[in-house]
Design a protein around this ligand. Structure first.
Ligand code: NJP
Length: 235
């Protein structure tokens, strides 16, 4: 049967690589991000390669946008097998320089967005007694560093959200996996992919391979957590 995967933050970076990888495996990908032009271009690229892609341009931090979109998806596709919670934002500065608005922005996307998407799909997955939720958290879900207070807090919280959910839904046959990447060469926080300084960082495709590994585990196996770093990164 055709498998369907929702991927948030699919317009670029890790999410885009995950979408390309899963589509190439024959999975119908449902792309989410705010930038509809980038989503259209990715949809075209996937379809030209023989894959299946649909997209919803929305802000994952807005319940009023997430809820109707998920309802539409469920009536169109009848089942969602995989949710890849990948969309995320961050910025880095001294603690006292963080403004309230920046705190809200980071927590709203990384926590509230993850919560809204997951909540909108858990009931559906429980009814089917199957489903797999994969979250791209961060290695800073498990360590902190100077100038990273708000981002680290958001990623610790995202990890805790998923860790507790894992324990709630395991008996319903739902797998919850969290991936903790180190440095990945994407557009994150204004980074320019391909610059020489980042040449030894992970590539988005490395994380796409991790997602593929987690999703393709045998039915009786769940990869709860997977941490991945560039060899040169101190951890
Ligand atoms: O970042 P980037 P990554 N609603 O900036 C989307 C984690 N991570 O791929 O909305 C919906 O290239 C945005 O699309 P748009 C990180 O925390 C990374 O590196 O159109 N979508 C874009 O597609 C994050 O959770 C590193 O602007 C929203 C995507 O998110 C995940 O990896 C290290 C949105 C961001 O693409 C992917 O980040 C690490 C919203 N409100 C963890 N806001 C790393 N890169 O080094 C943003 O440990 N997006």
């Amino acid at each position: 049967m055709q498998k369907n995967a929702i991927i948030t933050g699919a317009s670029r970076g890790i999410g885009r690589a995950v979408a390309l990888e899963l589509a190439q495996q024959g999975i119908q990908v449902i792309l989410i991000a705010r930038n509809s032009q980038e989503l259209t271009e990715l949809q075209t690229q996937i379809e030209q390669a023989g894959g299946k892609a649909d997209f919803y341009a929305l802000d994952i931090a807005q319940a009023s946008e997430v809820q109707p979109a998920i309802e539409q998806m469920l009536s169109k596709y009848s089942q969602v097998d995989y949710l890849i919670n990948n969309a995320g934002v961050g910025s880095f500065q001294e603690f006292e320089a963080f403004e309230e608005a920046e705190l809200d922005r980071i927590l709203n996307v990384n926590i509230k967005g993850t919560f809204l998407l997951t909540k909108a799909l858990v009931k559906h997955m429980k009814t089917r007694q199957q489903g797999h939720i994969v979250t791209i958290a961060s290695d800073v879900s498990k360590r902190t560093f100077p100038n990273g207070s708000v981002y680290c807090a958001s990623k610790y919280a995202q990890d805790a959200l998923m860790s507790a959910l894992r324990k709630e839904v395991r008996s319903a046959g739902i797998k919850v996996s969290t991936i903790y990447p180190g440095l990945v060469d994407t557009h994150f926080n204004g980074n320019k992919p391909g610059e020489d300084d980042n040449k030894n960082w992970l590539k988005p495709e490395d994380i796409a391979q991790s997602v593929s590994y987690v999703l393709n585990a045998p039915a009786h196996v769940v990869v709860d957590e997977l941490m991945i770093h560039p060899l040169e990164q101190e951890y």
